[in-house]
Design a binder for this molecule. Structure first.
Ligand code: SF4
Length: 328
């Protein structure tokens, strides 16, 4: 007679937030680097992390991309790609001055904010940018216009102390990856202090940020702990942790990879939420599920709150090259 050893593996339900992970802007930026590597051969230089994710950066490095902090590190004659976060106008200008061939992987939704800021400036308005100081997207947006044309606010308290040239001649713009709820509060404070302030119909927070935060709000009250796959310098990933904490799951944390997870701290958890920031690839989510399977009897469920089908075209320079190559 055979006896089976009773399983002592505890059950764990993983509730996946959807949408999660890569957005159209990140997909496009990675495709630009990969296409440039195919087209021009390695090395292709990339100014700054193409997107804020070490796994993505290392995968591209393995294919021949070289990441640099500044254009001065790019040798003459090699192509250079600008990251998805956008760059100040001084960067393409410096590339042009050196005759460098560059591809701009700035997300089209960030470029849209740049154009809005320029339009307000041309119409004589000073721009109040809601965003995080030092983030590359904020540096890029402020760098579209001369010094002083854009002032930054990060919090409701900043609005109270804000000094502007003319309170009746202002416009606002926002970073694309902010917390929807916090931005609503900052915007309300701005509109209360400067009733004539102009701005977009909605804030500039992008569809991907909005959808990922809504998906986290839907799963946070249902889970005992929640993991956000993302990098510590990824703005949208950090916002997902904050949103989870304020919407029912205080035990939310950011992890870069499965190896970072302290499973002993999750020993008593039976319902675990998982999501991923817009720059984190799905393979990292799969890696966490596999790591959980080694420790628990795992059931995976998904809660989808939106369907995304946005795709951005590659830059014209790459598309034209592709047409030319196909015609040969
Ligand atoms: S998070 Fe939004 S703005 Fe940023 S790259 Fe993705 S789609 Fe573009």
């Amino acid at each position: 007679m055979t006896t089976s050893t009773p399983s002592t593996t505890l059950p764990l339900t993983i509730l996946l937030a959807a949408p999660r992970g890569f957005c159209a802007g990140v997909d496009r930026a990675i495709q630009i680097v990969e296409t440039a590597l195919d087209r021009y051969g390695p090395p292709v230089y990339v100014r700054h992390e193409i997107v804020h994710n070490r796994f993505v950066v290392q995968s591209l490095e393995a294919k021949g991309a070289v990441f640099v902090d500044e254009l001065t590190e790019v040798p003459d004659g090699r192509p250079v790609v600008f990251s998805a976060h956008g760059v100040p106008k001084s960067v393409p200008k410096a590339a042009d001055a050196r005759g460098l061939f560059y591809l701009d992987a700035t997300c089209p939704l960030v470029s849209k904010v740049h154009r809005e800021a320029e339009r307000h400036y041309e119409e004589g308005r000073q721009i109040v940018l809601i965003g995080h100081a030092g983030h590359p997207e904020v540096i890029g947006t402020m760098g579209q216009l001369p010094e002083g044309a854009v002032v930054l606010v990060e919090t409701v308290a900043d609005v109270a102390g804000l000094q502007v040239r003319d309170p009746d001649n202002l416009a606002y713009a926002t970073q694309t990856t902010l917390s929807v709820d916090e931005t609503t509060e900052i915007l309300a404070a701005l509109q209360a202090r400067f009733p004539a302030i102009a701005g977009p119909k909605k804030e500039d927070i992008c569809y991907a940020t909005t959808n990922r935060q809504a998906a986290v709000k839907a799963i946070a009250p249902k889970v005992e702990a929640l993991l956000v796959l993302g990098a510590p310098n990824s703005s949208n990933s950090k916002r997902l942790v904050e949103v989870a904490k304020t919407h029912g799951c205080p035990a939310a944390q950011l992890v870069q990879r499965a190896a970072d997870i302290d499973w002993s701290a999750l020993a008593g958890v039976r319902m675990l939420g998982i999501t991923a920031g817009a720059s984190a690839p799905e393979i990292l989510v799969e890696e966490v599920i596999e790591a959980a399977r080694a420790r628990f009897d795992v059931t995976v469920e998904e809660l989808r709150t939106a369907t995304e089908n946005i795709v951005f075209k590659l830059p014209r320079a790459l598309l034209e090259d592709r047409v030319a190559a196909e015609e040969v």
